[in-house]
Design a protein around this ligand. Structure first.
Ligand SMILES: [Zn+2]
Ligand SMILES: [Zn+2]
Length: 344
């Protein structure tokens, strides 16, 4: 089968490889769609934990085989995939926080993922889909869409809050989709330094500004919740300007460079008694809430349509062009691979 594999930093190849071998309680998923994430850019640049490795942690497909006698009913089922593989026995796993697991594995960064025609996925990581959800929407249902929901929950979002999203990439726009389409918030602002990203956020119905727009000054200290969904290290300064007194800055965006903040800007965190909170992955235990299942419900109802933020589609043999587009084209939001039989 065809697989897009990282052999070393910046050494991406389309290889012909054997079908993955299934471990116990694993399923063979015939990949339909898989999306390139900001994390893939980091791994492409610095390498993954093991190499060569098939990248891809945002994908969907159809189950062809299950090595588990109790789950044969999954064969033929359309599924989304949760890429996080928590250990199941550390303190955090046992306390319902698998996203904070200290001994996890991960599809597409620690073991082979979904940029291939087939992927081996543990049965517990499958999200069976109702007929009303498209496979393309399902590919990005967990990451970035459930990741965005988790950020809103971490940030203590409540109806009617004034919210700004900094970062018009996949996670930032997913936060926007939740707020605008699922929670009916009409005054969400999106900030990005790239004009094309601002234009895209506007096309979805958002108020959007570049970070140098003078209009942004009017929002100074007004935002009860600021979602920092960008790797740009300077964005924290914008967040500290925008956040209201006693407001919250929640950070789902992974910075790739050292963050440095002017002392006077940092002091705003103190003077405003603002809260700065991290957000990692998504929650998928039944208590307090399985965020992937929440996302699934909104997708099934048609309230959320994640493919609104998909801008480009490629096949696996166009992998280099796809990565180049995802990382260098300012008009690219989510860039997706589609299995050849479902393209066009
Ligand atoms: Zn991702
Ligand atoms: Zn664990």
């Amino acid at each position: 089968m065809q697989a897009v594999r990282l052999h070393g930093p910046r050494d991406l190849r389309v290889n012909e490889v054997e079908l993955p071998s299934l471990g116990d309680r694993e399923a063979m998923v015939k990949v339909a769609f898989s999306a390139i994430c900001g994390s893939d850019k980091r791994w492409y640049t610095v390498g993954t934990h093991v190499m060569p490795l098939t990248l891809g942690h945002e994908f969907s497909g159809i189950v062809e085989e299950v090595k588990d006698s109790r789950h044969q009913d999954l064969v033929g089922h359309r599924v989304g995939v949760m890429p996080l593989m928590p250990c199941g026995h550390c303190t955090y796993c046992l306390n319902g926080l698998p996203n904070l697991c200290t001994g996890y594995s991960y599809l597409g960064s620690r073991r082979d993922g979904g940029f291939a025609q087939y992927a081996a996925v543990p049965v517990q990581n499958l999200v069976p889909l109702p007929d009303s959800i498209d496979l393309a929407d399902a590919a990005i249902m967990v990451d970035p869409v459930s990741v965005a929901l988790h950020a809103l929950r971490q940030g203590g979002y409540r109806t009617g809050m004034r919210v700004t999203v900094i970062g018009g990439g996949a996670v930032g726009l997913s936060v926007f989709l939740w707020l605008h389409f699922a929670f009916n918030e009409n005054a969400v602002t999106v900030v990005d330094r790239v004009p094309e990203k601002v234009a895209f956020a506007k096309s979805l119905g958002g108020d959007a500004f570049t970070d140098s727009d003078p209009l942004l000054k009017e929002l100074d200290s007004q935002m009860e919740l600021v979602v920092l969904a960008t790797p740009a290290p300077e964005a924290i300064s914008t967040a500290l300007e925008l956040v209201a007194r006693r407001g919250t800055i929640v950070m789902p965006g992974i910075p790739y460079k050292t963050i440095s903040v002017e002392a006077m800007t940092w002091e705003k965190l103190l003077r405003k008694e603002a809260r700065l909170i991290g957000s990692w992955n998504y929650a998928w235990t039944d208590y307090p809430e399985n965020e992937c299942q929440t996302t699934l419900r909104y997708l099934a109802a048609g309230t959320l349509k994640p493919t609104m933020i998909v801008t480009h589609r490629f096949t696996f043999d166009q992998a280099k062009e796809a990565f180049n587009t995802a990382f260098n084209n300012n008009k690219a939001e989510v860039v997706m691979f589609a299995a050849s039989e479902v393209t066009g």
